[in-house]
Write a protein that binds this ligand. Structure first.
Ligand code: GTP
Ligand code: MG
Length: 201
């Protein structure tokens, strides 16, 4: 995908603060520090559109980015970060669930998993929640550059066992090497072009 424009739109905690839902929208979710913000920068080929950090808990609000005047990308705060203020941690779930359940132009949630970790309770809860709410998800296994080819294959099998899902459907990604960038863009563009469920024959 050729990127002509990518710009920050706004940060929001509540629906009244969301921008108008006029473009096909894709949200990026996963544990703190898994690489959501880095992945968005890689997709839009910008080094610093989205702030990233080696300290978990960098993204605290729902951040909206407009890409090519054609897509809205939404960077969500990560879960599983234990050190943030208690009040902020308690607000995370309702903030995210409200967003995910109310956003009518949301096409899919890109769920990121770290190739070095077995999916945890919160990952499984998120995937289950999306399934129950009939929200499409795209699984991305990221930080592939951290492992050798043979370790990658082993880890993918392990993750597949935990999720009981098919790794052939997943995108193996790295923000460092840009592996998987084209494949993920293709999934996003295809989903954006698909007619809504209820208009299908
Ligand atoms: P929160 O905002 O805290 O939820 O984190 P996040 O998921 O947005 O993670 P972020 O993109 O800020 O990245 C966290 C750290 O992982 C940073 O130090 C990144 O440089 C690093 N990182 C992200 N993606 C990759 C990757 O594909 N490969 C490698 N080697 N490092 C990565
Ligand atoms: Mg972030």
């Amino acid at each position: 995908m050729l990127i002509k424009s990518a710009e920050f739109v706004t940060s929001a905690a509540r629906p009244q603060q969301y921008p108008p839902g006029t473009l096909p929208e894709f949200a990026f979710a996963g544990r703190s520090n898994v690489g959501k913000s880095s992945l968005i920068n890689t997709l839009v080929s910008r080094k610093k559109l989205v702030l990233t950090s080696s300290t978990p808990g960098k993204t605290r609000l729902i951040n909206f980015f407009r890409v090519n005047e054609a897509f809205m990308f939404v960077d969500l705060p990560g879960y599983g970060y234990a050190r943030g203020p208690e009040t902020e941690r308690r607000q995370w779930k309702p903030m995210i669930e409200q967003y995910l359940s109310s956003r009518e132009n949301l096409m899919a949630v890109v769920v990121l998993l770290d190739i070095r970790r077995t999916p945890g309770t919160e990952d499984l809860q998120l995937l289950g929640w999306l399934d129950r709410h009939e929200i499409a998800s795209v699984l991305v296994v990221t930080k592939s550059d951290k492992l050798s080819k043979s370790s990658q294959a082993r880890q993918l099998e392990l993750i597949a066992g935990t999720l009981r899902a098919d790794p052939d459907d997943w995108v193996l990604f790295s923000s460092k090497s840009r592996q998987g960038r084209d494949a993920l863009w293709k999934r996003i563009a295809d989903l954006a072009a698909a007619p809504p469920e209820d208009e299908r024959a």
